[in-house]
Design a protein around this ligand. Sequence first.
Ligand code: COA
Ligand code: AMP
Length: 634
Amino acid sequence: MASRYQQVYQSWKNDPEGFWANAAEAIDWIKPWDKVLDPDAGTYGRWFTGATCNTAANCLDRHVAAGRAEQAALIYDSPVTGTKKSYTYAELTEEVALLAQVIADMGVSKGDRVIIYMPMIPEAAMAMLACARIGAIHSVVFGGFAAHELATRIDDATPKAILSASCGIEGSKVIAYKPLLDAAIDQARHKVGSTLILQRPMAEASMTAGRDTDWTEAVEAGRKAGRKADPAEVAATDPLYVLYTSGTTGQPKGVVRDNGGHMVALKWSMDAIYGIKPGEVFWAASDVGWVVGHSYIVYAPLLHGATTVLFEGKPVGTPDAGTFWRVIADHKVAALFTAPTAFRAIKKEDPDGKLIGKYDLSSLRTLFLAGERADPDTIRWAESMLSVPVIDHWWQTETGWTIAGNPVGLGQLPVKYGSPTVAMPGYDIQVLDDAGHPVERGKLGNIVVKLPLPPSCLPTLWKADERFRNAYLDEFPGYYKTADAGFVDEDGYLFIMARTDDIINVAGHRLSTGAMEEVLSAHKDVAECAVIGAADSMKGQIPCGFVVLKAGVNRPHDDIEKELIQLVRQEIGPVAAFKTAIVVDRLPKTRSGKILRGTMRQIADGEEYKMPATIDDPAILDEIGAALKGRPRA
Ligand code: COA
Ligand code: AMP
């Protein structure tokens, strides 16, 4: 089938507002919009101003009313607990309405924030939808973040309540969440008066009287009393959620997602980009703590009337590298969406794909990859093992959906390894040099998107318009800075090559080396430090820290390195995967004192590097090379 991509992209270019108004017909609005785009509202314009709606009702009640009551909405598959459980649209609607009332009874109302700190269990998705139902703004914090990171988010979001569970399960380990939650609440300046705690049998949490409510007891009491919350009417421009993501400092950025535009773009994407029809099974093997989980475990499949799979497990070790194939076969998954790192992990355990043959994968039509650059080796391996198209696509927490992709629903375009393909409707992607001039095709530059950003993209950062303008809009006036560098080839295919800031991508998880440097600098013996992202054959990148000690410190380096590793784990969390700290005598710098992190990374990766012309003392580069010898490396 010839792709309709060009025609559809052109139709958006010719009439962007008409394009999105048309897509918005697929959503139930309580009140229609006054303007599709109000260019004067917000920091760069707002979508669907004047409209009112409810996201949870569009995800749930609407499908029940339209005849999908008995269709599976959510399938929970948890190899770590040996559980498989399916919720129909009618059941999920009921559970969400009950939970929404419990949250409302905790004093949460429209516009209030609620933090959700939970493992991958159905109640996490219910919690998000329950907030959406009453117009509360959820902020999900990934379970792999430590108490300090959670406390930072509590202080920024100032939630009325926190929803959590007693524990998460990471492979064979049970991770108690409640002590982390208690520590975060203690640390935070903003005092949270009420929490709802789901007790899991693997590690029961001790409850704090007057603050902690037992989740199950509260929901069951509501069920008995028949207390369910109705969907609230919210403005299309009201925030649905705030999702914190790594910025260039230890202070994470609160990405705001609105209700209306988010629904329109996500609903459109399910058919056009993923080629999924309502009623089919879609599986995003991610975590609700990340944007992929928000968009493609919870909201998009449900907005579309599809069935979503919520998987509590890992690609390997739960119990083996065949677990993904087992889930596809058991639930007849039509499309799988995951990060390349998951496939690298599987490939490492089962390079010949012996486990694949054990399962019937005939339901699977497409594998989608995102979250980090999809390396050609991984794509080729997945293609040959699964015999389905493997589609890379590029997006960010900030956008909530694809910036550049290969829209299989519109007809797949030829795949070029290493490229996420082409700009999606809504995105006018350009590549500019540092002075803001367009670069020639094939030349590397800053990838930017012409304003306004399409529906679903962040209108601003939570309570930080100025930071939003500073971080994204000021450097290239009239454009959104993606902070990714890359190029467009002669066929219009985009290639994403590197970040232009200090963000690194570790196992598909977005982390800030700046934030890690802040933690290392706080150690009493450290004078200065640099953290780089070194190449890793499984996780893509892993952080590696170099520290210079204060004069006069003569403790064993080994002890200090261990303390530093522990400190990052304690302050940021295990997700940082910070396992290498190296004490060095000096850091390589330019004559003006700028640390040469790029060159250090090249040395760590064994790449050829050019001696920076401005280097202060070239001998230091050899010292860095020597310090890396014998260290754990990919
Ligand atoms: N709660 C608590 N701890 C968590 C956690 C969570 N939700 N998620 C990860 N961690 C911990 C891990 O247990 C590990 O701890 P350890 O240092 O004690 O071993 C640490 O954080 C690092 O985790 P991770 O980077 O995930 O490494 P891993 O070796 O456990 O697993 C992969 C590696 C590749 C299998 C795994 O990262 C993966 O499946 N990645 C896919 C990424 C993804 O879905 N990204 C979302 C974007 S699409
Ligand atoms: P996150 O906000 O966690 O989704 O991370 C976004 C960043 O991950 C992007 O800015 C890119 O640097 C990187 N990224 C995501 N998807 C891709 C992809 N398909 N190819 C290359 N880089 C990607």
